[in-house]
Design a protein around this ligand. Structure first.
Ligand code: TRP
Length: 339
């Protein structure tokens, strides 16, 4: 059996660990929205079980999960077109993760660079869940037999592990049950960098709030952060290669291109030769026009958390129509008695 035997199905997830940024929007969510319009079933997930691999304050976790759901919906992910869920409400994710804990090898897990980065020097004190994180991620994907997974390139190694787990499971049990998932890796072009340092990724955990645009920032804050963004003294070039050694300039041009849905060359055709004194206000206007309606809608949705909870409960029901039969078949394959 090849992947073409599987329904084209997209799965992706984001951790509800607080603070959605422009980086999440341009790097991930915007593409999640457009994939809804293509020939895929789409499932998008707030991975709350992944979030607690490092301790989370329960009240904040609940808030962040709802806020991320609001961010998804406000950005255009429609609960009528996509299945929108929080991971813990679909128990088959964690159940399949256990099976995968028994498929994945210690040696594979020990090679995961994200664990090494996150655990740091004190790996002995990291949670077992942080170490097992990629097996749960594989389960998130494979419990839907998802064929395509859009993620940032920092997740590439986890997707390779997902493929290794699917291959080993299929081999060990002599089945063609799990698909070999295709990564849909977002390239560097849409990676949004810090507004204070063009060599660092825009991050919710940067100490400086001026380094990022938060999806909850209002129009004034967005405009102010762009006006204050670090740049160099030169005018914009008229071709993309003129941005090669100018990380801050390149970042602002990339952001403009992504927000306007045009290429970098098109931005430079229009703004090449301009000083930042005129480009920044143009970028600020564009960013406010695109993002302020999203932050306003997020705030409106957050005023009615019960409605968000209803959407997630409905998503979980829809999800379980897919995940319950796949878990049952997995248990049968493995030799569990019952059902
Ligand atoms: N590990 C991903 C990240 O940090 C989040 C995630 C969890 C995920 N499960 C997933 C992404 C399944 C894609 C598919 O970005």
């Amino acid at each position: 059996m090849t992947n073409s035997a599987f329904t084209p199905r997209v799965f992706s997830g984001i951790q509800p660990s607080g603070g959605l940024t422009l980086g999440n929007y341009l790097g991930a969510i915007k593409r999640f929205v457009s994939m809804q319009e293509e020939a895929y079933e789409t499932i998008y997930c707030m991975v709350d079980l992944h979030a607690i691999t490092v301790w989370q304050d329960p009240a904040k976790l609940r808030h962040n999960t709802r806020e991320l759901a609001a961010g998804f919906i406000a950005s255009g992910i429609s609960p009528d077109k996509s299945i929108l869920i929080n991971q813990s409400q679909v128990p088959e994710h964690a159940q399949l993760a256990w099976i995968f804990n028994c498929v994945a090898r210690m040696g594979w897990m020990q090679r995961m660079t994200q664990f090494k980065d996150k655990a740091g020097k004190n790996a002995q004190n990291a949670s077992l869940g942080l170490f097992g994180y990629p097996a749960l991620m594989a389960a998130d994907i494979l419990i839907y037999h998802a064929t395509h997974v859009p993620v940032g390139d920092d997740q590439k190694q986890h997707l390779e592990l997902t493929r290794d787990i699917a291959i080993k499971f299929n081999h060990d049990y002599g089945v063609d049950f799990f698909p070999i998932t295709e990564p849909v890796i977002e390239g560097a072009a849409t990676r949004v960098m810090s507004l204070r340092d063009g060599s660092k990724k825009m991050s919710k955990s940067d100490a400086s709030d001026a380094s990022r645009i938060n999806m909850t920032d209002d129009a004034d804050t967005i405009a102010k952060k762009i006006r204050k963004a670090k740049t160099d003294p030169d005018a914009l070039p008229s071709e993309a290669k003129g941005l090669d050694d100018r990380p801050e300039a390149r970042n602002l041009v990339n952001i403009y291109a992504a927000l306007a849905d045009i290429s970098v060359d098109q931005v430079l055709a229009e703004h090449g030769g301009a000083q930042f004194g005129s480009f920044k206000p143009a970028l600020a206007d564009l960013a406010v026009a695109k993002l302020a309606p999203i932050s306003t809608e997020m705030a409106r949705l957050m005023d009615d958390p019960a409605e968000i909870d209803r959407i997630l409960a409905r998503g979980a029901e829809q999800a379980r129509e897919i995940t319950a039969p796949i878990l049952k078949q997995t248990y049968d394959i493995v030799g569990m008695v019952g059902g």
